[in-house]
Each structure stands twice: as C-alpha cells, then as structure tokens.
Design a protein around this ligand. Sequence first.
Ligand code: TYM
Length: 334
Amino acid sequence: MEDKKKVIFSGAQPSGKLSIGNYIGALKNWVDLQNDYDCYYCVVDMHAITVRQEPAELRRRTLETLAIYMACGIDPEKVTLFVQSHVPAHAELSWVLGCYTMFGELSRMTQFKEKSRKYENNINAGLFTYPVLMAADILLYNADLVPVGVDQTQHIELARNIAQRFNQVYSPTFVVPEGYVTKAGAKIMSLQDPEKKMSKSDPNPNANVNILDSRDDIIRKFKRAVTDSEACIKYDPARPGIANLMSIYSVFTGKSFEEIEREFDGVGYGDFKLAVGEACADTLAPIQERFNQLIADKDYLDSVMKNGAEKAARTAYRTLSKVYKKVGFLPYVR
Ligand code: TYM
C-alpha cells in the first residue's frame, strides 16, 4: 500500500558546533516527529559555504553533524538522512526557483541583512540567494511541514510564496509547506547576551553551549550566564536572562514554568544556574556517548550517507523532471 504519511524536511548547517539552541529548536523535535511522518533530514553543507569555510574543517563538521543527528536519536532506518551536496537536484532546482524569486523579496530577508553586516567583506551572491536553495530543499520533497526554530520562519514564508507563484504560473506542482515551530525553545538565547539568539557562529565561547561540550564546560557556562539583579526566579519575557534559563531547564526536565518557580522559590541564582547546567549535562551525556561510538565508525556513517542520498535522489529527481518539463526544457533523450 502506498505510504500516505505527511512529509517533513529539515536541515542544519555544518558551519559550527551544533548548540543546545539547535538541539532544542530543531533536533529534539525532529526525533519526536520521525515515527509519524516521512522525514527527510539533511546536513546542508551547500548553505554553509555562503560563509567562508576551511575545507578540511567543513568535511569533518559535515560528518560530525550527521553523527550528532543520529546520536540525538534520528534513526536512518526510519528517515531519509543525507548530505545536501550528495543530491545535485538541490542545486538544479535552486537555479530554476531563482528565476521565480524577486530581487526585492530576497533583499527583505533579515538574515541576509544581518549576515551582510557580520561578513561585510564577503557579501557574495550565494548569501543573497541562500533562501532560494532552502526553498529548493523543501519543495523537492513536497514537504508538508518544516520543523525549525523561529529564526527560519521568514525563509519558510518565502518558500511558500515561491511554491505558490510557480503553481500559479504553470499548474499545481509543489506542496505549499508549513513551518512547524514549537512554543518551548523556539528561540534559545545567548547565555552572554539574552537579547541575542544563541548561535553556533558566536565568537564568544561562553555564549553558547554545544552539544559536545564537556560536563565541566557546560556547568561553567551556565554559572556565568548573564541574568539580572532581581534575585527571583519567575517567568517574565521582560527578563530575558531568567526566562531563557527557565526555558532551557523546562525542556531538559519536562517541568512547567509554574513547577520551576515553586522548585526555586527563595533559591539564589547560583543554585538555579547549577541546576540548569546539571540538567543540560545529564541530557547531553548519553548523546555524547553515542556520538563517540558513531564517529569512530566511518564505514557505517558512509553507508548511511550513501543510502540516504540514493533514497533522497529518487524523490528529488521525480520532482525536478516535472519542473523541467513544466518550464519548457527539452527532454534529454539518452
Ligand atoms: P541553522 O543551521 O542555523 O540551524 C538549524 C536549526 O536550528 C534552529 N536554531 C535554533 N532554534 C532555537 N534557538 C536557537 N538559538 C537556534 N539556533 C538555531 C534553526 O531555526 C534551524 O531550525 N537555513 C537553515 C538550514 C536549512 C533548512 C533548510 C532548514 C537549509 N535548508 C530547509 C529547514 C528546511 C539554517 O541555517 O539553520
């Protein structure tokens, strides 16, 4: 019988060490969704080169990112797990979709504006057309849902617009995808500047906790987390430092904000931060153990990538050939 499960696509860039922001905002949800959906999870290495990367480092991080996905619980038997550059259809569809994306739309992307400020010596065309490649990722698999953190929602809105435009110019071709953002942890903030998103490319190592950080580092970083001077643990979005730590603690312990407020009633920030650090380290310890086993087994990871790319390519080329036909490319008779 044909598999009628809804389709999910998501990915993360191997552009730095994956943080607990990536874990909470994305990976954890990917794991939760893998039993009920037909999931495509991708390491988006082509997106990573929009910012200059050291080649050997990019190769190492791409493999590590794949192993982290699996260590977090992504099961390559259940999902299609692959590396973006292994499926050329992503680049091919991206070119076509670029011709249906307006310069003005891309100019309005806040991430482009932010990154242009951050990398002012390398405002390359790839950085500008980045969201088109992201739309191609999603539309190739006709994804219904795209689980992401809140920072990616503008890109998903653009992917929807591109899909709708293409469908209108030709005939229904793409599923118009929906973003899937969970309330808890949609945006984990920097531990050093809680007004700013926790980012894997933050130059201050104390700002983010990485999935592979040692227990001591995790606890030290939480101890140094910037809070405020109110000395009470109560959830209030106007107090971003405490709100962020409470969100993180809530995700790692499953406790609600009310429960956390009761647990830490009258307790000082020092003890609270230690508790958050311990809860985080306890959750990450088994993930790190699995990661160490996986990363030592290169042959296994190679086979996962190969199977994933083959499976992804079958779906991707079905979509691409439909698109090529609709736009009027002459079939290539072999
Ligand atoms: P990337 O690599 O920056 O992040 C991967 C995922 O982690 C989420 N995330 C966060 N969530 C909560 N709090 C944070 N501090 C935080 N930081 C990151 C991101 O929202 C994302 O879900 N363009 C994407 C990668 C991509 C993609 C796609 C995603 C390429 N193609 C197609 C979905 C579908 C990116 O740079 O994510």
